[in-house]
Design a protein around this ligand. Structure first.
Ligand SMILES: Nc1ncnc2c1ncn2[C@@H]1O[C@H](COP(=O)(O)OP(=O)(O)OP(=O)(O)O)[C@@H](O)[C@H]1O
Length: 331
């Protein structure tokens, strides 16, 4: 079922285009939003959370339009939002903070509010910290408290802006388990820089760059963007290809095949890096500027990137212009 409908959404800050005609439909489950710094992820999430008004285009949450005042209230009742820097009051206890947010969310009946605060504390596994002050909570607990406030009132859409930044592996795992559970029955939109989070949690991934959606598909399809462009070799590659030495002492190269290179299974991160790389090349070609593949991501130009097309083995289909485009890649 479609929860969010976004059509040609645009937002500028002075001369900066933060969102450039974004089209998206999002439904139940966890959708990951990936993109480099400044791609427009937070701006999109803030528009969805009704914290920011777009300049152009339209937005609907469960059919309600946040641009219309009385519908905006309906949207706000249906969303939970964990911003990048939630600024939780340090001297409040976990319970009091949630109680306060519940009042702001118009849960005015005292008994119902108490039950709801207890429910979300339980959901994020913080019941035993109800009386602890926010400043005494660990980073992971604070993020879970941030998640708890977003879950007050059982919103149908949960918006999480880079929620796993700075968490240690154990806390990140715990957070992932919570988000995955939440996504079973609700729509979760999760902005992140962590491709591991996307692989672990998301059935769908949207990649943004320069205010545009440049990929919309499954994590497997994103990894597939790098099919045939990831190599393992005993010797480091010649030239300026991006490579690193793995735990087995082999050199893992992204891009053109190095001498003696054996094809390796691509990861989501490989696909993401090559996708951004090919986009940089395409943008350069479109504006007549020399291609800058490699500059954006540190990945050396590849045969596919040099022509502005990402080549994949087996699954690729030619687009209208005859170039080869991987599934999910949006031109
Ligand atoms: N309040 C603002 N005033 C001016 N420019 C802004 C403002 N907020 C964002 N921008 C600019 O809009 C563009 C998109 O920013 P946005 O924060 O949405 O990107 P992002 O993908 O969330 O980046 P990050 O991963 O670093 O959080 C960037 O160029 C950014 O500098």
């Amino acid at each position: 079922m479609t929860t969010v409908s976004i059509r040609r959404l645009g937002k500028r800050y002075g001369a900066t285009t933060a969102l450039d005609a974004v089209d998206l439909e999002i439904g139940t489950g966890v959708t990951g939003l990936l993109g480099p710094n400044g791609a427009g992820k937070s701006t999109l999430l803030r528009c969805l959370a009704t914290a920011l008004a777009p300049d152009t285009g339209s937005l609907r949450v469960h059919g309600f339009d946040p641009a219309v005042q009385h519908e905006r209230v309906e949207v706000r009742r249906r969303i939970g939002y964990l911003p990048q820097n939630p600024g939780l009051y340090p001297n409040f206890t976990a319970y009091d903070l949630l109680d306060y947010v519940a009042v702001l969310k118009e849960i005015t009946d005292t008994g119902a509010r108490r039950a709801e605060v207890r429910r979300v504390l339980e959901e994020v596994e913080l019941t035993d910290r109800a009386k602890t002050k926010v400043r005494k909570l660990s980073g992971g607990m604070r993020q879970r408290l941030g998640l708890a406030q977003a879950l007050l009132g059982e919103p149908e859409l949960v918006i999480l802006d880079e929620p796993t930044v700075g968490l240690d592996p154990e806390q990140r795992m715990l957070f992932r388990a919570l988000v995955s559970r939440i996504g079973e029955h609700r729509t979760v939109l999760l902005s992140t820089h962590q491709t591991e989070d996307v692989g672990a949690l998301c059935e769908r991934v949207v990649v943004m760059r320069g205010g545009r959606v440049i990929f919309d598909g499954s994590p497997r399809e994103l990894a597939g963007v790098a099919e045939g462009q990831v190599w393992l070799s005993a010797e480091p590659p010649q030239g300026n290809a991006a490579y690193w030495r793995n735990a087995d002492g082999l050199y893992r190269t992204l891009g053109a095949r190095p001498a003696g290179g054996e094809a390796a299974r691509p990861s989501i991160e490989d696909g993401y890096l090559l996708l951004l790389d090919s986009e940089a090349t395409t943008a350069g070609a479109a504006t007549g500027v020399a291609p800058t593949a490699g500059a954006a991501t540190g990945v050396a130009p590849t045969a596919g990137a040099a022509t502005g097309a990402v080549t994949t083995a087996g699954t690729a289909a030619p687009d209208a212009a005859g170039a080869t485009t991987a599934p999910g890649v949006i031109r």
